[in-house]
Design a protein around this ligand. Sequence first.
Ligand code: DAH
Length: 368
Amino acid sequence: MATLQVDPIPRALYSLGLLIRELEIPLTNPIQTIKDLTQSALGNINAAASLADLEKVRVAVLGRKGELAGISKTFGAMAPEDRAKAGQLLNEAKATLEKSFEDRKASLEGSESDQRFKAEWIDLTVPPQGIAPGHIHPVTQVQDEIEQLFISMGFRVLDGPEVETDYYNFDALNIPSDHPARDMQDTFWMTDGHLLRTHTSPVQVRALQKYGAPMRMIAPGRVFRNEEVDASHEHTFYQVEGMMVDRDVSVSHLIYFMQTLLSSVFGRKVTVRLRPGYFPFVEPGFELDIQCLICGGNGCAVCKQSGWVELLPCGLVHPNVIANCGLDPQEWNGFAFGLGLTRLAMMRYAIDDIRLLQSGDLRFLNQF
Ligand code: DAH
């Protein structure tokens, strides 16, 4: 403010009202001061490099205690006609500066958002980094391998319904309703008389009825048992059914294919044993056991302390089954097997609790 500064002013003089007019007489003409100030303020506004700087300029010039306000205080010393002129000029200066301030503000805001846009710019065409790919479930991995192996040996891979009829799950497989073997598998029955298939064997019958003989097929899939769940039992698990029907199929064919299967899956020789086994749909029937790969035969929860795991029940297809499929058992015979796919995956990857497989727990799944 272009007023004469006299400091300190004796209080007494103020109170007497003396000299005050003289002291506030501006040293320069206020009209010129307004013009000068407007010019320099316009320069400062345009020079402001950021919104924060601009705000400082605005407060210094246009603020309540700013320079323009300061000038207006000096008007009291002016002649009335000069005062009116100066007042008008001051208002014009204010309007000019406010407009210029708003313009500069808009342009700074624009460039600041441009800068932010540049800083935050994302190239959407760059391939993402560090996204973890999914893992193939251990059961699916083993299933895929088995499918490839059997396809290479001329087998087809077939599918069958998980909700089955009594006929396909039992009767057609030589298990009539009064047969005690029905109790071998605890069944989930549906209210309409259907059931959740307890094994993949019904696909044998469906395949022969649909495509006839000769037939080489496998049918991997989900099966269900109404069982207490523990480390080695699940209500839902996976099997692979296999069947070959032709003329003159013998137990040696069966052994050949089972040996090929196991050495391929384990990639090494495993210890196996063959015992007689009873299944209504095969005759003769066998249990093919492998020595437990978890405990090496010493006994653990998975092998129920026996050192052996039942892995591959199998046999020669019962003539009644061949006949139920509309084929002549005098002409056609074959072998069949039902591989416990879930158990096989557990052996292969040394998984000691079957419940992990369906847990959906990523800490488990990420290991495969
Ligand atoms: N379906 C039988 C089960 O789930 C397993 C089985 C045994 C399948 C012998 C076969 C077989 O094809 O020949 O217990």
